[in-house]
Design a protein around this ligand. Structure first.
Ligand code: ADP
Ligand code: MG
Length: 290
């Protein structure tokens, strides 16, 4: 190998806003066959919005939104922001005993009542029946929205549908990556139906959904054990261990500091076309050395 040409490749990448940690990272980036993408904020805009509120068991839309927003006061999840934004300047009751239930939702006590807000897995775990909402929730999920359930004192009170549209360049960037022959996978904690709908729209080959935050790195290990050379592309919110486990971790610009510290490659621009640039430069550099 001629290290000089690799150094030139690292320099060329920088001209494209692609920061490569070292020569070894560029080498590994030239040998990948599988690209794993985080969903929220990587393939999607990461700015979800509440598109519908459905109520059950006599609760009003106003109650459901007010309580949901009050429950989310202590959460920095993108879904929490969507719910707080929708509530606008509504007066919110104070919550006590707030808990984040990682990869599932939140719980707290509001107006003296225990409440839960989160996904279907959370309701199942807490043995809260949601049969009434099942078909409406899957209808929303099939359209790519994430269903978020509110339970009040163990009873289903509402369903909020939250949509996070694709980034405008996702489809075209993934098409280019397919053209280069990569297998494209989405990795997400979101439910399977929503994830599949978004994956179809974006043009991914495969979905690994319903993964708890700690399971993301394990999902990468499984692909590696199946013989794949894997890149993980994410913003480091929840996915830093997966970025570290991948053969090449690629941090999207504007992501967390953890992502930048962990990743072999950092993209200065928050643009999926930079992923294409990074991999094309890595391949061209290593090809020229042979
Ligand atoms: P990802 O980063 O892949 O979206 P997370 O592990 O952050 O995955 O979340 C997985 C799922 O858990 C979300 O899709 C949502 O259904 C639920 N969830 C997590 N946090 C919250 C929250 N603060 N409010 C409502 N639902 C949540
Ligand atoms: Mg995430």
């Amino acid at each position: 190998a001629t290290p000089m040409s690799i150094i030139a490749g690292v320099g060329r990448a920088a001209e494209f806003g692609v920061l490569v940690r070292d020569a070894d990272a560029l080498q590994r980036a030239s040998e990948l066959d599988t690209l794993v993408f985080d969903k929220t904020g990587t393939l999607t805009q990461g700015a979800p919005q509440v598109t519908q509120i459905i109520t059950f068991n006599g609760f009003s839309e106003e109650q459901v939104l007010r309580w949901a927003a009050a429950l989310e006061q202590g959460s920095n999840h993108p879904l929490a922001k969507a719910i707080r934004d929708r509530a606008g300047d509504m007066a919110l009751p104070e919550n006590s005993q707030f808990r984040t239930l990682r990869g599932m939702g939140v719980s707290a006590q509001l107006e003296g009542k225990p409440m839960l807000l989160g996904n279907a897995a959370l309701l199942t775990q807490q043995q809260i029946g949601a049969e009434q909402a099942a078909s409406l929730a899957s209808e929303q999920a099939a359209k790519g929205a994430t269903p978020v359930f509110l339970a009040v004192e163990g009873q289903l009170a509402g369903l909020l549908a939250i949509r996070d549209p694709l980034r405008k360049e996702s489809v075209s960037a993934l098409q280019r990556l397919h053209g280069l022959g990569y297998q494209l996978i989405m990795l997400t904690g979101d439910n399977e139906i929503t994830a599949n709908a978004i994956a179809r729209e974006a043009g991914l080959d495969r979905v690994i959904a319903g993964v708890l935050p700690d399971g993301k790195a394990a999902a990468i290990v499984q692909l590696q054990q199946a013989g794949h050379k894997v890149a993980m592309i994410g913003d480091g919110i929840n996915d830093a261990p997966a970025l570290a486990q991948a053969d090449v971790g690629i941090a999207m610009g504007g992501g967390s500091d953890v992502a930048i510290e962990t990743a072999a490659i950092t993209l200065m621009r928050h643009d999926l076309h930079s992923v294409v640039d990074a991999l094309a430069i890595a391949k061209a550099t290593l090809r020229n050395m042979k």
